[in-house]
Design a protein around this ligand. Structure first.
Ligand code: LR7
Ligand code: MN
Length: 576
């Protein structure tokens, strides 16, 4: 059991009972059913084309659930208001040991109430926003593999405590073949004590989060599916803005701002409302700063829905019927990874919208590594999933993925015909359309002359990023023809880029650095001359030159003398 000395079980149960009965007194289910029986009377379809049953509530019910008070801090409890928790120094050894179980500070988590209070982190402008009187119901789907008791149940309690009860249809827990005792009978027994319907389904054998979510979704009876990871905490007012947005446009997939719950202290740290989701050539999801054009589109209103090119994947709401219309998930994806980009591309390319709703905040325990096994091997699984994304959705830009991931070519992608047929059936737009209209800031160049390695004629070595970061020098080494750090795109905007970095020089003599691409020419503009094979820096007129013998790994910038040391091959040598 996760509970030290079995003591927390009792405490948890007691709390559940206490809170449960509170809720039961406060909330009369019968009344809800009665009041809901009035649905369907509206002819104007107030739920924005919802094909499900519009849920309507009488003013009485609405008034009551608005009055459900926020969870008050419990004096003396650690971690209240989302504060950091510190494990006593004499327990540090045990703490470190237990950290490995979930790759977060389990001891800290276990010290915190399952009902802990959180600060109201919303922007002022969010607090008095008015939402439609008619909102659809939602079912919360939480999948997990070997999740800790305290994080899982704190997720559940935060949903219960901070969601308007009439909107919360049920919570669906999907156990993906966990091997921890507390997730067995104990969990089933516990959820029966909760004041809302909570169901536990089990995949039986390890299915991965994608197929586990599909299983959960099948049992959803609410009108909207809301997915959460199993280590989240929902804050005050998190749900209404998500559902309200779906009412306005049922083809909108909406995410909260994902705040950070520290994996060390479980401190609740508000995330920026100025980041959105993107991705790199490896097809990793990444956060980036929201560009000015999107701020302008929202008239500078930071509380307005933020269109995002991609989503992190774990926390979002989607109209249930739309989820299936749009092709749910790709069942061919295993364990972890890829499904978030797959759904993001699919939503945009097939006529939907993907948004972050800044008035909705949910915390998530971000961790540095995965605590669980990837049967079959991490890289094989992740490459397989991402390859399916690239093959089905990215058209020619899939080449960037293969170029950047040595080894991806050797992983079988499996049968993708059904997903391709889906793309046909839904008449989805091209990846070029997506890049041009949704994500012009992406590091995928729209138009490029070349993608591959760049070899020096004299030394026969290749330019190599050496895996370095923005601001560091470009490197050079023997050509391995595997792609990865030796892959560059030469773009029609005259950039030589590797993922989000561009070759950049700010003087006639270099050095040549890797610098975050700015897309404005300047120090990042280069001209490749196919005839004399030089790579000329536009601003200085200097030529990219092989390294001096003294420093073999450092390509230079020098006056052009048209020697072989200044000749570079970008050609068929690149096999893909
Ligand atoms: O085999 C598995 N079976 C599962 O049920 C593997 C995982 N899971 C469960 C797991 O217990 C957890 O509840 O699936 C959920 C997500 O797994 P995590 O927490 O290990 O994933 P993550 O938070 O590291 O990864 C993010 O990317 C994933 C890609 O597949 C999923 O989309 C996650 O939901 C997603 N998490 C978020 O979006 C939260 C914000 C993180 C960021 C950025
Ligand atoms: Mn997670």
């Amino acid at each position: 059991s996760e509970c030290l000395g079995g003591s927390c079980k009792k405490a948890d149960d007691a709390k559940a009972e206490a809170l449960g009965s509170n809720f039961d007194n406060d909330y009369d289910q019968k009344e809800e059913q009665n009041e809901r029986a009035g649905y369907g009377k509206s002819s104007s379809d107030p739920n924005g084309g919802h094909s499900g049953v519009p849920a309507t509530y009488s003013p009485n019910v609405l008034r009551r659930w608005r009055q459900v008070p926020p969870v008050p801090p419990v004096p003396g409890n650690v971690g209240e208001k989302g504060k950091a928790v510190h494990v006593p120094p004499d327990q540090e050894a045990l703490m470190k040991e237990r950290f490995k179980l979930n790759q977060f500070n389990l001891m800290a988590s276990d010290m915190i109430s399952l009902n802990r209070s959180l600060a109201d982190v919303r922007l002022e402008g969010c607090k008095d926003k008015k939402y439609p009187k008619l909102l659809p119901t939602t079912s919360i789907v939480i999948v997990f593999h070997n999740e800790a008791w305290s994080t899982l149940l704190r997720t559940v309690w935060s949903v219960i405590n901070r969601s308007p009860r009439p909107l919360l249809k049920e919570i669906i827990l999907v156990d993906d073949a966990s091997e921890r005792d507390h997730l067995g009978k104990k969990l089933e027994k516990y959820v029966k004590t909760l004041p809302v319907p909570v169901y536990v389904f089990r995949t039986g054998k390890r299915s991965g989060l994608i197929r586990a979510r599909l299983l959960g979704a099948k049992h959803v009876t609410g009108q909207v599916i809301t997915f959460l990871d199993a280590h989240c905490e929902c804050t005050e007012g998190w749900l209404e803005p998500l559902l309200a947005r779906i009412v306005q446009d049922r083809k909108t997939v909406v995410c909260p701002i994902i705040d950070v719950i520290s994996d060390e202290t479980f401190e609740y740290i508000t995330a920026s409302d100025m980041t959105w989701g993107g991705f790199n050539w490896k097809l990793n999801f990444r956060w980036y700063r929201v560009p000015q054009r999107e701020m302008d589109r929202r008239n500078g209103d930071r509380t307005a829905p933020l269109r995002t090119p991609t989503m992190a994947g774990g926390l979002f709401s989607i109209d249930k019927d739309y989820f299936y219309e749009l092709g749910a998930y790709d069942e061919g994806m295993d364990i972890w990874g890829g499904e978030n980009l797959e759904m993001s591309f699919r939503v945009w390319q097939c006529g939907g919208k993907l948004e972050i709703i800044p008035c909705s905040h949910v915390g998530h325990v971000f961790r540095d590594k995965s605590p669980y096994t990837f049967p079959g091997g991490v890289s094989k699984i992740v490459l397989h999933n991402a390859a399916r994304v690239a093959e089905v959705w990215m058209d020619e830009w899939r080449d960037f993925y293969y170029a950047m991931n040595p080894g991806a070519r050797n992983v079988p992608v499996g049968d993708i015909s059904e997903r391709q047929a889906l793309r046909e059936k839904l008449k989805c737009k091209s990846f070029r359309w997506y890049l041009e209209n949704i994500y012009p800031e992406s590091q995928m160049p729209l138009d490029y002359y070349y993608l591959g390695d760049i070899r020096n004629v004299e030394t026969r070595n290749c330019l190599d990023t050496m895996g370095r970061k923005s601001g560091e020098n470009l490197g050079m080494t023997y050509c391995h023809h595997l792609g990865g750090n030796q892959v560059f795109a030469y773009t029609k905007r005259q950039q030589i880029m590797s993922d989000d970095n561009c070759l950049d020089a700010n003087s006639r003599t270099g050095p040549v650095k890797l610098v975050r691409c700015h897309g404005m020419g300047g120090n990042q503009a280069w001209v490749y001359d196919e005839v004399d094979k030089t790579i000329k820096h536009v601003n200085t007129g200097s030529c990219l030159t092989k390294p001096d013998n003294s420093d073999v790994n450092l390509p230079l910038l020098k006056s052009c003398v048209y020697s072989e040391g200044q000749q570079w091959i970008m050609d068929s040598d690149f096999k893909w």
